[in-house]
Design a protein around this ligand. Sequence first.
Ligand SMILES: [Mn+2]
Length: 357
Amino acid sequence: MKMTWRWYGEGNDSITLNHIKQIPGVEGVVWALHDLAAGEVWPLNRIQEVKKQADQFKFNIDVVESVNVHDDIKIGLDTRDQLIDNYIETIRNLATVGVKVICYNFMPVFDWTRTDLYKPVGDGSNALFFENAVVSNQSAQSMIEKVLEGAGDKTMPGWEPERLKDVEKLFEKYKDVDDEKLMENCKYFLERIIPVCKEVGISMAIHPDDPPWPIFGIPRIINNAENIRKFLKLVDEKENGLTLCTGSLGANPSNDIPAMIREFGDRIHFAHIRNVKTFDNGDFIETSHREQDGNVPVVEVVKAYHEIGFKGYIRPDHGRHLWGEESNCRPGYGLYDRALGIMYILGVWDTLEKEMK
Ligand SMILES: [Mn+2]
């Protein structure tokens, strides 16, 4: 496996490449051009600029997270063909600097959903929290307002105020899109892009839905083993693969993540590792990576990757905000807990490596 770190880019992240360099084992940064809206072509000169910055620290930029898919493609509107053409142009531009994996998602409206960005964990730190009752009893608009207020001046991918300004209108556009239709629209998209990916040596890695159940009546198609199986068959090629996120899938305790790793094997191009503590009422809070702190069997997850001889990219997903860093970092993306997470993952991995010898 190749350890990576999600970096929001120069001037857009309080964590610098110099900070990241000091974390043991990190080989690459997972990046994106965060100021570009879904549907825009990523210009070659902007891509080359990131490559130059990473090169100075000898980091690879093999993984991009995310090239967002425009809502019109997910809804299946006539405008989708032009938008898919743009997506293909971005894939080709990314290939010129050696990008190998593109993480993306196919979730309508929201990229991910939480109801509280700074919920006290109980040890003095705080973390992202999902409260089921808030989502069930509140309008999407008021939840959005609360989350954006909590984020302050920090931008969050998937939570673009402009796009979510009139969320009811966006919901209206999705009104005829059920699980089946969304899967069909996903197939249409993949059938166009995967041949290009094969040609240029890039793998697509879809991120699971977060949370992995319907909210506000929005369909969900990447949320359990059965649906992932269906998804992989839409275009049955290695380049049509997964970002396996233990945090997203782990919010539903019936998902057996180590079994998924063994089953989906070489279709997993990118691994997100994170722990969550789930509650019987459907609430969940993000915790440290340590297995005992949540419900995700993190040690078993790393063992499963080791067992399949995982050669893909991996990163700690979110972390708690520690030692007051929430005043300065992007929600879920502080420095300290993710760095601790890397040491936990590498600790398990290195032990397994030694045992094999
Ligand atoms: Mn994730």
